[in-house]
Design a binder for this molecule. Structure first.
Ligand SMILES: Nc1ncnc2c1ncn2[C@@H]1O[C@H](COP(=O)(O)OP(=O)(O)OP(=O)(O)O)[C@@H](O)[C@H]1O
Length: 295
């Protein structure tokens, strides 16, 4: 009997620096039990977006299960945008910000249960200067950390700590003007986070009001912090202090940094320095299988 369901598994073989054999084995075993027709695509790092897009449009899989980090998940999401296909996520990257936000299990078996399961949400995305952000973008302190981490090819916790100390010594506050439909503000900032989700990959809860499927994004503006507080935030050992935070929930915004360019990152990818950001929510961007909420 030919299975009716068709599922595409996209695996980034190098993400997180870990072997992916277990993921292939589970997918093959599940395809026989459920059953479904399993198609597999391994990323190469070159023209993957086009290749996956071609597979999605010609094969029309019911689901695409992606095993990788935020970079691979974001790429697959772009190929599924505004289609009916469902994305399932197997967290297998070095930075798994989205997976932490969705509270996905770290066990591959359990992540497959969710990825193949029936609880599906239509998640929003945020358009920032024409780029798609699924989880979090920011200007300021964290973006500089992303840049330093990328440039120096640091690895692991010690590498992260080293880059964090360097980042804290280099970083300067900046002035920012923000216009949004409900108002205007001008302030000095350490960091402005554009948050579709609620947490950094470290688990720091930066946006307690945020939901990834509510049709809004939040601007989380943190003002001056001292060295110890900043270090705690970057390492994930505390949540932001609400007294030094301002949170704006909106659907579009225009940010200008009038004095100089400020470091900018989207979903863990450094994007250079910017003086201006145009931000807009894209509602119901992609369908994602996530854990069912607790009753
Ligand atoms: N076969 C491959 N060989 C080398 N690089 C690859 C391959 N497949 C994908 N990539 C690269 O992997 C990156 C995406 O990695 P992803 O974010 O999914 O995982 P990660 O381990 O969390 O990444 P990072 O170390 O950047 O945080 C992209 O830059 C992509 O070009």
């Amino acid at each position: 009997m030919h299975p009716e369901r068709k599922i595409l598994l996209v695996v980034n073989p190098v993400s997180g620096g870990t072997a992916k054999d277990e993921i292939f084995n589970i997918a093959i075993a599940r395809s026989k039990i459920e059953p479904f027709e399993l198609l597999i695509y391994q990323t190469t790092g070159v023209e993957d977006l086009e290749a996956i897009g071609h597979l999605v449009s010609t094969q029309q899989p019911e689901r695409v299960i992606v095993a990788g980090g935020d970079g691979t998940i974001g790429m697959v999401a772009r190929t599924l945008a505004q289609t009916e296909a469902i994305m399932g996520i197997i967290p297998a990257g070095s930075a798994n910000g989205l997976s932490v936000d969705f509270a996905l299990p770290t066990s591959f078996e359990e992540a497959f249960d969710i990825a193949l399961g029936s609880h599906v949400i239509a998640m929003d995305a945020v358009d920032i200067n024409g780029d798609i952000c699924l989880h979090l973008g920011d200007i300021g302190l964290n973006a500089l950390l992303v840049k330093n981490y990328e440039m120096n090819d640091s690895r692991g916790k010690i590498g992260y700590a080293k880059e964090m100390l360097k980042t804290l010594s280099e970083h300067n506050n900046f002035r920012v003007q923000i216009d949004y439909p409900e108002g205007r503000l001008e302030t000095e900032a350490l960091i402005v986070i554009i948050a579709n989700g609620a947490k950094y990959g470290t688990g720091v809860n930066i946006n307690p009001k945020g939901s990834i499927s509510d049709g809004f994004f939040e601007l989380v503006i943190a003002r001056r912090l001292n060295f110890i507080e900043s270090a705690k935030i970057l390492t994930g050992s505390t949540d932001f202090d609400p007294d030094i935070l301002q949170i704006v929930s909106t659907k579009s915004a225009h940010l200008v940094c009038p004095d100089h360019g400020v470091h900018f990152q989207i979903d863990g990818e450094y994007k250079g320095e910017v003086k201006e950001l145009r931000i807009e929510i894209i509602e119901k961007y992609v369908h994602v299988a996530v854990p069912a909420p607790h009753p």
